[in-house]
Design a protein around this ligand. Structure first.
Ligand SMILES: Cc1ncc(COP(=O)(O)O)c(C=O)c1O
Length: 379
C-alpha cells in the first residue's frame, strides 16, 4: 500500500485503473459463461500476479503464457495448469523439463513434423509425459497447420509414436485485428471456431482423443455467437483494452484501463507542439492504429484525470520525448499547459506499452495510488 498520489510520481509511469480492469474482466467472463466454454486467460498482456489472479476469478486457474519465464513466475505463485502458446524449439526443452519436474502441468504447442520429432526425442528422456496441442492455421495470419492438411494426422501420429500426449488443437485468429465491421468480427469468430473444430474432428476420426479445442483472441471471444465444439478460450488484451481494440469497436476509449502518466517538459509554439516526457520508450513503437480508420499516433492524450482530449495525440515520438499536437496538425491549437503539468496517454497496444514498464501504479478513479504491482519481463 502507498499513500502517494499520482502528482508525486516521477514520470513516465504506468497507471492502472483497477475499476475499469475489473469491468473488462467481468465482461469477458460473462461472455464465456454465456457461451458455456472454459477460460484460459492469456497473461502475457499483464505479466503480473495480482492481475492474473483477478482474471482467473480470485484463485489460480488455467492460464496461457507467451514465455517460459512467465511459466516459471506464475508457477511460483501457484498456477499449475499452463499452456505455453508459442511453437516449441529444441533449445527450450531443458527449461520445459525443469517445469515438468516441479509438477507444473505444462502444455506445449507445435505445427510441424520437425517439432514433433523434437518432442518425441525429449519425451523418451523424461520420466513424465509431455503434452502438446497441434496449432491450427484458421485464418492465414501466422503459424499453424491447415485443418485439411495431411500434415495434421502425420504430426499427431509422430507424437503418439514418440509417447507424447496429443491434447488436441489450438488456434489464434490474429486476423481479427484487421476486421473492419461487427459482421466481419462475427464471421471471423465463426471461422476460428469452425476451422479448429474441423481439425479436432479429423484427429478424432483418425483415433486420437484430442479432447482440447482451444481458440482465442479478444475480438473473436467477444464477438462469437456460438462456440460449439470449443472447450476453452484464450484472451489477453481485453484485461486492459487499448486504442486498437477501441478502433475495432470491441471496446470504447473509456474502457481502456492502462495509461502512461507523463509531464509537459516544453513547447514549440510555432509548430503547435507540446513536448512531454513519454516517448516511444514509455509508449512502445507500436503503431497498431496506423492501419485503422482513425490513426492515434503513438497514443491518445487525456487530462490528468483520464478524460480523453479526443483531438490530441502523440504525433511523433523519440526515445524519451513525445510530441503532442492536435490531430489535424493545426499550429494554432496547441495544448496550453505549463511545464510540469501532467497528462495521461492511452496506448495503441496494451501488451507493447505494458512491456516498457516495471510496475503498475494502481488507481481507482482518483489521483490516489492504492497499490503498486510489479510485472515481469524477459525470457
Ligand atoms: C496464441 C495466442 N493466444 C491468445 C492470444 C490472445 O489474444 P488477444 O490479446 O487478442 O486477447 C494471443 C495474442 O497474441 C496469442 O498469440
Amino acid at each position: 500500500m502507498t499513500s502517494r498520489a499520482i502528482d508525486q510520481l516521477e514520470t513516465p509511469a504506468l497507471l492502472l485503473e483497477q475499476g475499469c480492469m475489473k469491468q473488462n474482466i467481468a465482461r469477458m467472463r460473462e461472455q464465456l459463461m454465456r457461451l458455456k466454454v472454459g477460460f484460459r486467460p492469456h497473461v502475457k498482456t499483464a505479466k503480473c500476479i495480482e492481475i492474473a489472479l483477478a482474471m482467473s476469478g480470485g484463485t489460480p486457474g488455467p492460464i496461457t503464457v507467451s514465455t517460459l519465464r512467465e511459466a516459471d513466475y506464475f508457477a511460483d505463485h501457484g498456477f499449475t495448469d499452463i499452456l505455453y502458446a508459442v511453437g516449441i524449439t529444441p533449445n527450450k526443452m531443458g527449461h520445459v523439463a525443469a517445469l515438468l519436474k516441479r509438477d507444473v502441468k505444462l502444455t506445449l504447442i507445435l505445427d510441424s513434423l520437425d517439432a514433433a520429432h523434437v518432442l518425441a526425442q525429449a519425451a523418451a528422456a523424461l520420466p513424465m509425459p509431455i503434452r502438446a496441442l497441434i496449432e491450427i492455421d484458421c485464418d492465414g495470419h501466422r503459424a499453424g497447420i491447415l485443418p485439411e492438411s495431411p500434415d495434421l494426422l502425420g504430426v499427431a501420429q509422430t507424437l503418439v509414436d514418440g509417447g507424447v500426449v496429443v491434447g488436441g488443437v489450438m488456434t489464434h485468429a490474429g486476423s481479427s485485428y484487421e476486421c473492419r465491421s461487427d459482421d466481419a468480427l462475427r464471421a471471423m469468430a465463426e471461422q476460428e471456431r469452425a476451422r479448429t473444430v474441423l481439425a479436432a474432428e479429423r484427429l478424432r476420426q483418425a483415433g486420437h482423443a484430442a479432447p482440447v479445442v482451444s481458440v482465442g483472441s479478444t475480438p473473436t471471444a467477444l464477438f462469437a455467437q456460438s462456440l460449439n465444439g470449443v472447450t476453452e478460450v484464450r484472451a489477453g488484451v481485453f484485461v486492459f483494452f487499448d486504442l486498437v481494440m477501441a478502433g475495432l469497436g470491441v471496446c470504447s476509449v473509456d474502457d481502456i484501463a492502462i495509461s502512461v502518466l507523463t509531464t509537459v517538459i516544453g513547447h514549440q509554439r510555432d509548430h503547435g507542439w507540446t513536448i512531454v516526457d513519454a516517448g516511444w520508450m514509455a509508449m512502445s513503437r507500436d503503431r497498431g492504429t496506423a492501419a485503422q480508420p482513425v490513426d492515434q499516433g503513438f497514443g491518445l492524450v487525456c487530462d490528468v484525470n483520464g478524460n480523453a482530449l479526443t483531438d490530441y495525440i502523440v504525433v511523433s515520438a523519440n526515445q524519451e520525448h513525445g510530441i503532442v499536437a492536435h490531430r489535424d496538425g493545426a499550429t494554432g491549437k496547441a495544448l496550453n499547459l505549463p511545464v510540469g503539468s501532467q497528462l495521461r496517454i492511452l496506448p495503441n497496444h496494451a501488451c507493447a506499452t505494458g512491456a516498457q514498464h516495471a510496475r503498475y501504479h494502481v488507481v481507482n478513479n482518483s489521483p490516489q495510488i492504492t497499490s503498486v504491482w510489479e510485472r515481469i519481463g524477459g525470457w
